[in-house]
Design a protein around this ligand. Structure first.
Ligand code: AHM
Ligand code: MG
Length: 335
């Protein structure tokens, strides 16, 4: 493999892998790459808010400072809609989906994008990594007509691409188009993403568990039992506990090192916290493409038929053997 391959080169090279490809999906990934760079630039300046003004303040040019999650939402929507490559966008930040080109009967755009523009944004104030998560489907309604809710409420197994950007110690874009998972690291000096993590794979088993243990008392019995199993002194256990509270970063670490991420339902929130369409489905698709597994505790995340845009689901994702074990405990506690 040629060294120092850029994301731009990789996208062009991979275009041939798609049956019926018109280059539209490549353009779409390119648009996301561009928006990610802009958002990265803003996120990196977050620590300067005390110096240049906090969100809600007026900056030196007399413009209002925007909250970063609002800014990220606008950047992704602008970039995707200006380029006329998608027919609809749904965002965790918006109540309803956005229809693109609804007045132009000639448009041929066939993809819809679902996006969580800045996940884990409460971490920004404390200089901890945040991320962007995206998910792409082919529309199911006829090309040239306005999109409908049905185009967005597809089961995750229909995704044609999904990915995330992690704004961490370095900024990375990781994505799949259903042919494995590849990771690209941004060289901030020249604004170029380079292929740094080809063919990413979850280790089959791992020794890290990531969960907000402060909620333990509210967890279902199966999850409590699994956590006790992780902590027991047997075989290669106790496991290590690592929880950033930023899904993208927790997922990214577990994919590289081997681990499981858990966001169960609790007695406080019956369906957990994470959103099926914006967070769980894209991460589940990436996980499966990287030989990992994603479950709601009893079944495959990608097989859930969504009923509404902002639906939540319990989420367990990571190294296959660890998710299998979690499911075993869930089933046992239900017998
Ligand atoms: P957000 O979409 O409001 O940012 O919430 C999602 C985030 C995830 O990134 C993270 O894993 C989780 O919420 C943390 O939640 P908690 O603070 O309840 O542990
Ligand atoms: Mg989120």
């Amino acid at each position: 493999m040629k060294k120092n391959k850029t994301l731009g080169e990789f996208i062009i090279e991979k275009q041939a892998e798609f049956k019926y490809s018109s280059g539209e999906l490549s353009k779409l990934i390119n648009a996301i790459r561009l928006a990610a760079k802009v958002v990265n630039h803003e996120v990196n300046k977050a620590g300067l808010v005390d110096i240049i003004g906090a969100s809600g303040d007026t900056n030196i040019q007399g413009e209002d400072q925007q909250k970063l999650d609002v800014m990220a939402n606008e950047k992704f929507i602008q970039t995707l809609s200006n380029r006329e490559i998608v027919c609809g966008i749904a965002s965790e930040e918006e109540d309803d989906f956005i229809t693109i080109n609804s007045h132009d009967q000639n448009h041929q755009n066939k993809y819809v994008v679902l996006i969580d523009p800045l996940d884990g944004s409460s971490n920004i104030d404390v200089n901890v990594s945040v991320g962007t998560i995206f998910s792409i489907y082919r529309r199911i309604t006829p090309i040239g007509t306005p999109v409908t809710m049905a185009d967005f409420l597809q089961p995750g197994r229909n995704q044609v691409a999904a990915g995330y950007v992690v704004y961490g110690t370095s900024t990375m874009l990781v994505y799949t188009t259903g042919h494995g998972v590849n990771g690209f690291t941004l060289n901030p000096a020249i604004g170029t993403f380079y292929l740094s993590h080809p063919n990413m794979q979850f280790p089959e088993n791992g020794n890290i568990y990531s969960v907000n243990e402060g909620n333990y008392i509210h967890f279902p019995q199966g999850v409590k039992d699994y956590i006790k199993y992780c902590q027991a002194e047997e075989d290669n256990r106790p496991y290590t506990s690592r929880y950033i509270g930023s899904l993208v970063s927790d997922f990214h670490r577990n994919m590289i090192k081997g681990g499981i991420y858990l966001y169960p339902k609790s007695s406080k929130s019956q369906n957990g916290k994470l959103r099926l369409l914006y967070e769980c489905n894209p991460m589940a698709f990436i996980a499966e493409q990287a030989n990992g597994k994603a479950s709601d505790g009893f079944g495959r995340i990608l097989d859930i038929q969504p009923d509404e845009l902002h639906q939540r689901t319990p989420f367990f994702c990571g190294s296959t053997k660890m998710v299998d074990k979690l499911e075993e405990f869930m089933v046992k506690s239900h017998i």
